[in-house]
Structures are given as structure tokens and as C-alpha cells.
Design a protein. Structure first.
Length: 299
């Protein structure tokens, strides 16, 4: 973003860097704006309803011939909620980076300054002399790791890193559970309705066998997921992992019910007797739901 738009009231952050480090700045800008913020922290974003860190200000102009910092950059600094400084030997000797830090610090209030280390020489706090007056928060971007990117996001939003990271982990697990359950449930339901609702497919032995084979594989996977999750050592798991395991078991239980109903109607599942009884790994939200009728045993 080469200039400060008058229509933008706030920037999530301003990236300050030496032009020599342009490639790293471009990568960071793109990675930050693609980052999905956990729901509990989205109220901190400048754009209502947004789930991403937008907008981020990154100047792309050169200032070698300019006597001072441009007015547009000063406005952008004033609109920014955080300042991210790419720390390298290049930025440490850049008068423009120093000027951006100075201007931001003068009007920052409680706004954070984040030192994103991109060079080995700046790995330790005492080596960040050019930022020492502003007590910056430090992130190590030398390897561009996802963990350190998350640290920058947390600091940018004025949040404590560990709490933010744990909440993001829970969000990721929940999204993966939804993705898994959607695929598995869709597979079970599609196979079931294709067979149950179509007389023409019922009359076609090849079509029935093919669909039943898909359903068998899907239901076998459901039983395996539920059983393996049940056997996890909960004493060795954290709260987030236990919560995720319980959600997986709840999802697998709903899928087990669909598979058991299919078995009752068609008796084609490869697993056989295990679908006629409630397995020990099922997990139901309320006791009264356990009273559902299990599939009957064929005479």
C-alpha cells in the first residue's frame, strides 16, 4: 500500500523496514492479511465483521531523494494501532526507519512497537540498540515460523501471546472437526439416500454393490475414529486436546447412529455385529438420548 487512503480510519499495523528488506516485508504483509483471527479477538480489528488483519500499511516508495518523511506516511503512522519494525543491519542504519519509530512513539500512547528480528545479529534484546528507548516486544522471524507469526499477531492486537496461541489452537481444531464431520456425514448420507431412494439403483446389482462398498468404508472409518479417540490417555492431554477429543467423539456418535440405521435396513456393513450394540466410545450430550432404539437383530 503506497499511500494512506483518506477513507481508512484505522490500520491494524504499520510495517517499517529498510528497502533492502523489501522481500521480507512483502511476505509479512501478505501473511498478516491472510491470518484468520480467533473469534474472541475479532472485536479488536478495525473493520467490523472482519476475521482477518486488514488493513496493514506497508509503504512501497523509495525516499532516497526526499528530505523528510512524507505527509501520507505520517498520517498512516497516526492511524496505525501498532508498529512492526523489521530488525536487520539495514534497518538499524536507516534514517527513515528511525524517523518512523520516533514519530510513532511520540503519539503511540499504549500502542505496541514490535521488533521482528530477521537477521542473526539481532537475536538478543541487547542488540536492538536502535529500539532500546521504546522497550519493544520481540518476535523472531528469521525462519518465518507460524508460531512467531502468531506472536506478532497477538502483540499487534495487544494480547498476551500464550493465551492467544491456545485460543487459536482450539479454533483450528474445531474447524478441522467441522471439516471432517461434514465430509464423513455427507459421504454416509449420500450413499444412504442414493441406495434407499432409488428403485432403479436397487435393481442394478453393480450400483448397489458399489455404493454399499463406499458406505462400508465410511462407516468403518467412523468406528475406528471413535474407538481410537476413546482410548487416548486423557491424563497426558491438555484442556484444548481433551475438548477436541470430546467433540470428535460426539461427531463420531452421530455418524455411528446413521451407520447403525443403515445396517438395520440393509445388513451389508462389513463390520457385522459391532453395529448392533452401543459401543463404549459413544458420547452423548444428555443421558436421555441414549434411550434411542438400537437396530434390531435379523431373525
Amino acid at each position: 500500500m503506497p499511500f494512506s487512503s483518506p477513507t481508512i480510519e484505522r490500520y491494524v499495523a504499520f510495517i517499517s523496514y529498510s528497502s533492502t528488506d523489501r522481500d521480507v516485508a512483502k511476505w509479512l504483509h501478505r501473511a498478516l492479511e491472510r491470518y484468520v483471527v480467533p473469534k474472541e479477538y475479532r472485536h479488536l480489528l478495525p473493520s467490523p465483521g472482519s476475521k482477518r488483519l486488514v488493513p496493514i500499511f506497508r509503504d512501497v516508495d523509495e525516499f532516497a531523494s526526499s528530505p523528510d518523511l512524507g505527509g501520507a506516511l505520517k498520517i498512516a503512522l497516526n492511524k496505525s494501532d501498532a508498529l512492526i519494525v523489521l530488525c536487520s543491519s539495514n534497518s538499524a542504519s536507516s534514517k527513515w526507519v528511525a524517523e518512523e519509530v520516533r514519530i510513532f512513539s511520540e503519539q503511540r500512547g499504549a500502542k505496541p512497537i514490535i521488533a521482528a528480528v530477521i537477521e542473526d545479529a539481532f537475536h538478543h534484546r541487547e542488540e536492538l540498540d536502535f529500539l532500546s528507548n521504546w522497550n519493544p516486544l520481540i518476535a523472531d522471524l528469521r525462519e518465518r515460523s507460524r508460531r512467531e507469526l502468531t506472536r506478532i499477531v497477538a502483540y499487534t492486537l495487544g494480547s498476551e501471546f500464550e493465551s492467544f496461541r491456545k485460543r487459536r489452537t482450539i479454533d483450528l481444531i474445531r474447524r478441522r472437526i467441522v471439516h471432517f464431520s461434514t465430509i464423513m456425514l455427507a459421504l454416509v448420507l449420500v450413499a444412504y439416500f442414493v441406495i434407499a431412494a432409488s428403485d432403479s439403483i436397487r435393481e442394478n446389482a453393480k450400483g448397489v454393490r458399489a455404493s454399499a462398498s463406499i458406505l462400508n468404508a465410511a462407516c468403518d472409518s467412523v468406528f475406528s475414529v471413535g474407538d481410537r479417540t476413546f482410548r487416548l490417555d486423557r491424563n497426558a492431554m491438555g484442556d484444548a486436546a481433551i475438548s477436541a477429543a470430546d467433540e470428535i467423539r460426539l461427531t463420531a456418535t452421530r455418524m455411528f447412529d446413521a451407520c447403525a440405521h443403515w445396517q438395520e435396513r440393509n445388513f451389508t456393513l462389513s463390520a457385522g455385529d459391532e453395529w448392533r450394540f452401543e459401543p463404549n466410545w459413544t458420547l452423548r450430550k444428555t443421558p436421555d438420548t441414549i434411550s434411542r432404539r438400537l437396530p434390531s437383530v435379523p431373525e
